[in-house]
Design a protein around this ligand. Structure first.
Ligand SMILES: Cc1cc2nc3c(=O)[nH]c(=O)nc-3n(C[C@H](O)[C@H](O)[C@H](O)COP(=O)(O)O)c2cc1C
Length: 216
C-alpha cells in the first residue's frame, strides 16, 4: 500500500476479530517500525509484544486495576484543559458515540476497552529507560507513527493506548520489565472487525489554519 493512502486511511480500531496475528507478520512490522529515525541513532525504545494467554492476563489485571482506582481517559476526564482542547475531545465522543450499542456508556467503552486493548489479540508495549531525558519521547512518538502506519499498510488494525501508563507498576511486574523502564505507550494490534460499527468512526481534525502558521 502506498504511504499517502495509509496516512489517509489509518484510524484507531476499537473492535478486533478473534484471530491471532501471524508471528512473521509482527516481526516484519517491527523490523520496519524500528527503521524510524532517532536522535544520534540511539534507538531508545524497548518493545514487548504480548499475545495469547499473557495478553489475556494483562488485560484482566488492567481492567481490574482501572475499576479499583476509577481511572479514566475518556473526554472530560482531564477537564483542566483549555476549552479549545475540550472541544476537540468532545468531537471524538461525537463520532464514536453513535456507533456504540444503545446501552453502552462512552466512558465505560473507552476505559474498559483501553485496558483490554479493545480485545485485540496482541498488545505492543513500548518502554524507555530512565537514563534518557524526556525529549527522547520524541523518538518513541516517531516509532509509534511508523508502527501504526506500517500496521495499517499490512492489513492490521491498531489502537494506541495511553491509559495503560496509569498502571505502569502492574505492567512492569506482569511482563518482567525492570523498574527503571518507563511505560510510554501500548498499542492494541490485530485484524479489525469490519462489521463492528465502532470501526466506522472517523475522527475529525481541526482546519490547518488552527494549528499551522506560515512566516515568510
Ligand atoms: C499517545 C496516544 C494515546 C492514546 N491513548 C488512547 C487510549 O488510552 N484509549 C483509546 O481508546 N484511544 C487512545 N488513543 C487514540 C486516540 O483517541 C486517537 O488517535 C484520536 O482520537 C484520533 O483518532 P484516530 O486515531 O482514529 O485518527 C491514543 C492516541 C495516542 C496518539
Amino acid at each position: 500500500m502506498d504511504l499517502i493512502r495509509a496516512m489517509e486511511e489509518r484510524r484507531s480500531v476499537r473492535a478486533f476479530l478473534d484471530r491471532p496475528v501471524e508471528r512473521e507478520k509482527l516481526e516484519r512490522l517491527l523490523q520496519l517500525a524500528t527503521r524510524a529515525p532517532s536522535a544520534i541513532n540511539l534507538q531508545p525504545w524497548e518493545i514487548t509484544v504480548v499475545f495469547g494467554e499473557e495478553k489475556k492476563r494483562l488485560s484482566r489485571v488492567l481492567v481490574k486495576r482501572m475499576r479499583e482506582r476509577n481511572i479514566s481517559c475518556a473526554p472530560g476526564a482531564r477537564n483542566r484543559l483549555p476549552e479549545v482542547f475540550l472541544e476537540r475531545q468532545r468531537g471524538l465522543l461525537d463520532v464514536i458515540l453513535p456507533n456504540l450499542p444503545d446501552e453502552a456508556s462512552f466512558e465505560d467503552f473507552i476505559n474498559e476497552g483501553s485496558c483490554n486493548f479493545y480485545g485485540a489479540p496482541s498488545a505492543v508495549i513500548i518502554v524507555i529507560d530512565e537514563v534518557f531525558s524526556s525529549v527522547r519521547l520524541t523518538d518513541i512518538g516517531i516509532l509509534l507513527g511508523y508502527l501504526l502506519l506500517g500496521a495499517h499498510a499490512m492489513g492490521l488494525g491498531t489502537c494506541p493506548i495511553g491509559l495503560i501508563t496509569a498502571f505502569d507498576d502492574d505492567i512492569r511486574e506482569l511482563l518482567n520489565i525492570p523498574d527503571q523502564k518507563q511505560v510510554v505507550i501500548g498499542v492494541g494490534m490485530g485484524y479489525a472487525d469490519p462489521e463492528d460499527p465502532v470501526n466506522r468512526a472517523r475522527s475529525n481534525r481541526v482546519p490547518l489554519g488552527d494549528v499551522v502558521k506560515w512566516r515568510g
